[in-house]
Design a binder for this molecule. Structure first.
Ligand SMILES: Nc1nc2c(c(=O)[nH]1)N[C@H]1C(S)=C(S)[C@@H](COP(=O)(O)OP(=O)(O)OC[C@H]3O[C@@H](n4cnc5c(N)ncnc54)[C@H](O)[C@@H]3O)O[C@H]1N2
Ligand code: MOO
Length: 406
């Protein structure tokens, strides 16, 4: 049995990023950049007007020269042809380049101006140099790094990527993932269980959690506890970059999975981690026919154990596979517990908890009433899991522990 730290180290030693492909910008959300993005031009590309109005020399206005000759009009998309000399102004639209000589924009609302006239009277008392204009490259300069490699593209990033013309992006390939819950007692959630049957809750949960990570999973249905049927499902699953199994990884007589995986060429990296819940988790690797490496997680059947295994270990493997440079999604934050809480046993425990309002910057979390690894109701109320250390004891209210958001 390995520790959580050792299991995470083994995952990062054994998993490497998938190869790279090019995607169009409109398909890039959720993908991880494989190369940095540089600005192809300054932003703004020229000294630009931020208002509709008149481009003036601030020294004119501030010395009382307010009745000005209009020398030209510049629209957004146009270019000024004339320098603004003393006593002159250029009519200008928002976004248009500011002509030479002018150093401020006066909003049209602060001017007396008749459409068609070549004169304008500025009503403003005074105008500050630089008012309502933006210097070229004030946001960023050409060749400046916009995004580093390893960043997951968000919807809000798309505008900036479009601005710098990044319409074809080099990204890490998305893993293909298959999900296979196993167990003769399982029926589909849309069936009415009879006798000792229970609904398969792990399959939909794992698929949904993959979806949250922008990974579309293949649902292999339910794997039944007989060698031939299971072998055939496992073979299908092993064609994917990652196979996620649930159930059948502990020591039961029908716990076929580890032995069948071995027969199918999967090498065990670890089996059993010192974690509660989720101890019997299995992780293995295999070489696929196409020459690439495949990965297998056998998550314990108990639903909360499956969820904890996914949250602690599978997310890390997926982060590495998809090339993510930071593991923000996977790392915990420190939080104080709101009441005394007792843990037992020799494994560190991930305990469902909800956040409480906090009077200061510390996060406060309340451990929930929880019946252990089969109790999904507590998970329904939880916003995360508190990581309590291994030794059984009463932890005092106000003590600080890592909190793993769900
Ligand atoms: N002798 C030992 N027995 C057990 C050990 C052990 O080390 N030695 N470990 C215990 C721990 S801890 C866990 S966790 C469970 C995990 O066992 P398996 O992964 O083999 O899971 P199953 O036996 O198949 O199922 C356990 C439990 O979960 C239910 N289940 C299974 N699949 C699903 C699903 N898709 N959706 C909802 N619920 C599911 C299943 O009906 C069982 O109730 O083993 C302990 N035993
Ligand atoms: O460790 Mo098992 O995951 O409690 O039920």
């Amino acid at each position: 049995m390995v520790s959580v730290e050792e299991a995470l180290r083994l995952i990062s030693q054994n998993v490497s990023a998938l190869s790279i492909e090019t995607v169009a910008l409109e398909k890039a959300v959720g993908r991880v950049l494989a190369a940095e993005i540089l600005a192809d031009r300054d932003s703004p590309p020229w000294r630009k007007s931020m208002m509709d109005g008149f481009a003036v020399r601030s020294s004119d206005i501030n010395s009382g020269t307010k009745n000005l000759t209009i020398v030209e009009t510049v629209m957004a998309g146009g270019a000024p042809k004339k320098v603004v000399e003393s006593g002159q102004a250029t009519r200008i639209m928002t976004g248009a380049p500011v002509p030479e000589g002018a150093d401020a924009i006066v909003m049209i609302e602060h001017c007396q101006f008749e459409e068609g006239s070549d004169r304008v009277v500025i009503e403003a008392e005074s105008v500050a140099t630089g008012k309502h204009l933006m210097e070229a490259a004030a946001n960023f300069a050409r060749r400046e790094r916009i995004f580093a490699a390893g960043r997951k593209v968000r919807a809000v990033d798309v505008g900036l990527l479009a601005e710098v013309g990044a319409v074809e992006l080099s990204v890490f390939k998305q893993p293909t993932v298959a999900v296979l819950p196993t167990g003769d007692e399982l029926v589909s959630p849309d069936e009415t269980p009879r006798g000792p049957q229970i609904r398969n809750s792990n399959g939909p949960m794992l698929i949904a959690m993959l979806g949250e990570m922008d990974i579309a999973a293949t649902d292999l249905g339910i794997g039944h506890d007989n060698r031939e049927a299971m072998q055939s499902k496992l073979k299908q699953g092993l064609e994917h970059d990652l196979l996620l199994l649930s159930g059948g990884v502990s020591a039961g007589t029908l716990d076929l999975v580890p032995s069948l995986l071995k027969e199918l060429g999967v090498k065990e990296v670890f089996h059993k981690v010192k974690v509660k819940p989720g101890k019997p988790i299995f992780f293995g690797v295999h070489d696929r026919k196409n020459g690439s490496r495949g990965y297998v997680f056998g998550l314990p059947g108990n639903p909360v154990s499956s969820l904890v295994g996914f949250r602690l270990f599978v997310t890390v493997a997926l982060s590495i596979l998809t090339g993510k440079s930071n593991a923000i999604e996977t790392s915990p934050q420190l939080a104080k517990i709101s009441c005394d809480h007792e843990t037992r046993g020799d494994r560190p425990t991930w305990w469902p908890a909800r956040r409480l309002p906090s009077p200061d910057s510390h996060m406060i979390v309340q451990p929930l009433v929880w019946n252990g690894s089969s109790d999904l109701l507590a998970l329904g109320k939880a916003e995360g899991l508190i990581e309590f250390p291994a030794q059984g004891k009463i932890h005092k209210a106000g003590s600080e522990f890592p909190f793993w958001e769900l």
